[in-house]
Design a protein around this ligand. Structure first.
Ligand SMILES: Nc1nc2c(c(=O)[nH]1)N=C([C@H](O)[C@H](O)COP(=O)(O)OP(=O)(O)OP(=O)(O)O)CN2
Length: 342
């Protein structure tokens, strides 16, 4: 059993003043480029319908002073208002500032903060010659997600900053609990350190490189590996093609290998995917052997059919045509929430 989902994104420009916030700057008139991403099940809608409905829902907010349009101009209230104006059920992510936002879904609300730190590390258990065995470092991205009833992005930030001070510009292997600082170990460590200070913490994401990272929600480990491919796809009724710079995100969930401290080496995910990647990249997607058509959802099904025997932990495949359009197939119920999408 899997769920087939579509993603449609858009944005709007608006000004607002927010009273009663801990950050006094928010009481001043200010403005944002808001970003909205809606995810819907294909049993309820299709892409043109979702895109049109999303456009109609944000139109009354675009280039306005939000306080004139809505009773509460906070992210949560705006996101709920947009979701309510859509005729189909959606999970809706609203980014109110470059580093923060909310997610609403059928009465549930989450607040998230994107942050990060820069640090050095090495992975002591990798086989000889593996590049991650050498001393190296990353600008680690961190996304922290909490129940919006318990914490907003400012509260998340307050809980996070002392922890960041312990990590930023450090050699991670020296920190207690991080002797083997894989993304997975880091995500679990961060979750354990933050949970007491941050009521309602839901999950932690660690983006180790531009293409790979991990999530931990207190129970389940998930990792992702992303790649880009440049391909043609049918467009319109008359046999024309168009093209996209696609992003494919392979998400895995499962138990950690206790010695390695990871679910599966990101490099192994990439290697097992490589034969399929070669067929996708710089090709017309509707000509893949066995594909239903050249559209993102059927390409994701095609990837799943070929890759899941090689990667049994494969739990979700996202294929984005661009930032505003994509498909997502999930093969496990608990892959519903984590959005990853920037
Ligand atoms: N499951 C995990 N696998 C790997 C981890 C990890 O923490 N968990 N870490 C590493 C390395 O530290 C490495 O820095 C990141 O690996 P990788 O994605 O292979 O890095 P690249 O930038 O080379 O990948 P591209 O595909 O070229 O973008 C290894 N594995």
């Amino acid at each position: 059993m899997h769920a087939s989902l579509i993603l449609a994104g858009t944005g709007f420009e608006a000004a607002r003043q927010l009273a009663g916030q801990t950050d006094p700057r928010l009481a001043r008139m200010h403005g944002h480029s808001f970003r909205v991403l809606a995810r819907a099940d294909t049993t309820h809608t299709d892409m043109p319908t979702l895109e049109a409905a999303l456009g109609d829902a944000i139109a009354p907010l675009d280039y306005t002073l939000l306080n004139d349009c809505v009773f509460d101009a906070g992210d949560l209230s705006i996101a709920r208002g947009i979701a309510e104006r859509l005729p189909m059920p959606v999970t809706l992510m609203l980014r109110g500032a470059p580093d923060r936002g909310v997610v609403v879904d059928n009465g549930t609300a989450l607040a998230w903060l994107d942050t990060g730190f820069e640090a050095a590390h090495h992975l002591p258990h990798v086989p000889a010659g593996h590049k991650c065995g050498r001393l190296h470092g990353h600008g680690f991205g961190v996304r922290l997600v909490a129940d919006a009833q318990a914490a907003d992005a400012s509260a998340i930030e307050r809980a996070w900053l002392p922890l960041r001070a312990r990590l930023h510009h450090r050699y991670l292997n020296d920190i207690e609990g991080l002797a083997n600082p894989t993304s997975e170990v880091l995500a679990a460590w961060l979750f354990g350190q933050l949970a007491p200070a941050l009521p309602g913490l839901k999950w932690v994401e660690v983006r180790e490189t531009h293409t790979a990272g991990s999530q931990f929600d207190g129970k389940v480990f998930r990792i992702w590996k992303e790649q880009r491919f440049e391909s043609a796809t049918p467009f319109g009724e008359n046999g024309q093609y168009t093209g996209h710079s696609y992003l494919i995100r392979l998400m895995l969930s499962g138990d950690l290998d206790r010695t390695m401290g990871w679910l599966l080496d990101f490099g192994d995910v990439k290697d097992r995917f490589k034969p399929l990647y070669r067929q996708l990249d710089h090709n017309p997607l509707d000509k893949l052997a066995g594909v239903r058509d050249g559209h993102s959802a059927s390409v994701a099904e095609w990837v799943h059919a070929h890759l899941s025997p090689l990667v049994p932990e494969l739990s979700r495949i996202d294929i984005m045509e661009n930032d505003d359009r994509g498909a997502s197939l999930t093969f496990r119920h608990d892959m519903h929430w984590p959005l990853v999408q920037r």
